[in-house]
Design a protein. Sequence first.
Length: 419
Amino acid sequence: MTLVLKNARIYANGAFAPTDALLEDGRLVAMEMGIPVPSRAVVLEKPNIVLFPGLIDVHVHLREPGFSYKETMETGTLAAARGGFTRVCAMPNLDPVPDSLEALNAQLDCIRAGAKVRVSPYGAITCGEKGETLADMAAMAPFVAGFSDDGRGVQSEEMMRAAMLEARRLNKIVAAHCEDMALVRGGCIHDGAYARAHALPGICSESEWRQVERDLRLAEETGCKYHVCHVSTKESVALIRAAKARGVDVTCETGPHYLTLDENCLQDDGRFKMNPPLRAKEDREALVQGLLDGTVDMIATDHAPHSAAEKSRGLRSSLMGVVGLETAFPVLYTHLVRTGAMTLEALLARMRDNPAARFGFDDQNDWTAFDLDSAYAVDPRAFLSRGRATPFAGMEVFGECLLTIVGGKIAWQHRMTAN
């Protein structure tokens, strides 16, 4: 297919410039104003089409191998492509857990067989993610984005110190799920006003920030490249900001839901249950401020699909996790860029440039195009992901993905017809 984007804007080197773009069979072959339109080409000419390098999500759950009833490699990566993502980093809470090269190969086989975008797996920090014995990090290092025991924090300080020392030796990132299980106490949502009003057990903020505090001290001690997953509390933001000022090699991410929602948005529905939970308004405001001042380096979805049955048990009993690949960019563009809180360039830095720089991704011929003026309501029934649980269901958003190109090939395309 020959496609021409007329009077579009293209993002390169941190800025947008007006351009026409000619794509032949998924490959971007020319970018300049006034490109001649080939006969029988599909022409898109709308007031607010943007073309930019594909987004990168450093925190997703693709569920294969082991849990394909929740998501498959194909459905998860198709959802990523539809959301404008051309690379995702897949978390290791799988069966088998990738804690050795043999176990990792089972996941790599799934990636080779089914992935529609680039997938970089994480290796586990500990065997079985049980926190007792270090995984075979050295054998996995050439094939992984970094190491994580996502879904459960490494409880032992000595184990985390040993993992950081080994990661430093291997020049790899430790991406930490920070959760002190001794402080969770069976909670299901944030320990705040909603929990008290509805007699639900709460998860205190300290369960996150106390382990962030510990890990920052260990990262400073060991010199490890340290990344904090799904930051949700104002205390964590403050700790990371101070650590960066001291020169600690730390980056962090937060999710679209933590930047745009808080406990005041809760309903007794599994689509509002995730770990960490939606916290107080003050936490959301601190995360937005951290995003703006550079403390929060990147935005990651923590896309975590479950079956409808697993998410049908309300806030108390549903499994933790929501999906986000197909909603991330439109939700953030609507709530942060259209409101004037940040520029589109700054948003793309957090969703592409910063993740690429931190994790060392240098992908070529990866592009996505969005119609920023397209308005619609989020409809989970139309998702390509098998997961349907999203706190954004029904929300009016702007920004629809037109196509996503991975390595010069079309990975996903909105239905288009020639003018």
